[in-house]
Design a protein. Sequence first.
Length: 273
Amino acid sequence: MSEIMLMCTPEWFTVNYEINPWMKNQTGRVSHELARQQWQALYDTLCSVAEIRLMRGAPSWPDLVFTANVGLPLAAEKKIILSNFRHPERQGEKAINRSWFEDQGWRCIDLPDGVIFEGAGDALFDDAGRLWTGSGPRSDETALMHLARHIDAPIFRLALTDPRFYHLDTCFCPLPDGYALYLPLAFDEASRALLERSFEGKLISLTPEEGDQFCANAVCAGSVIVMNQSTPRLDKLLADIGFSVIETAMSEFMKSGGSAKCLTLSLQGWAKQ
Ligand code: ARG
């Protein structure tokens, strides 16, 4: 088992504010029992393909459960670039994230105040070691040059244009062997062209329906891809290139605009390369 991931327990997860379109009118609508069961099912599934580290949830910070937004781990050097959250509703998570990583012996790197960056939600390494960053709704374009000071890898910028796909990990998912899933409608034309060029025939376009089901918000461990819900079309496409899909329902977390991938943070990231 080579993957190591961080998850956060869901006891304080709820929707009680609106900072993305999925959260509109969802206040009070989360079933906490179902959320707990869905989180547990994801955890159990991932335990069979990865080693999972846990952080505890905290009152007042319902979105802490989405560990993808903790920051961007650079595991080879045991350091993490911590997120500076866009919305005040999440800004208090930073101190909690810092103390978890410091306790585990990681060095925490701060971007300058005012440079907004939401971690692995908006920054994903592919298996060729390139870093893909999403900017627009949540992370600033200017974060890129700050990231570049700490990361010795080619960094590319993708412009996110659809408010419903506000983090890069909601619409793009690099896979092993040079493949990637992506949702074309979430990007501007230049970003689509850049992806098409860079993944040379190995870029799998998702349909709008698959986008809505959060198919791009998938966790990949080896040849297994874990996601909320697939489609027969996508299952077949992925099976043909050697991947198998495990579905695990994420309805309660989708009310918050998150799904399987958002609930995890790869602690190897870049070290994998
Ligand atoms: N409610 C959270 C927010 O709007 C969901 C975060 C989802 N995380 C992600 N990496 N896409 O910030």
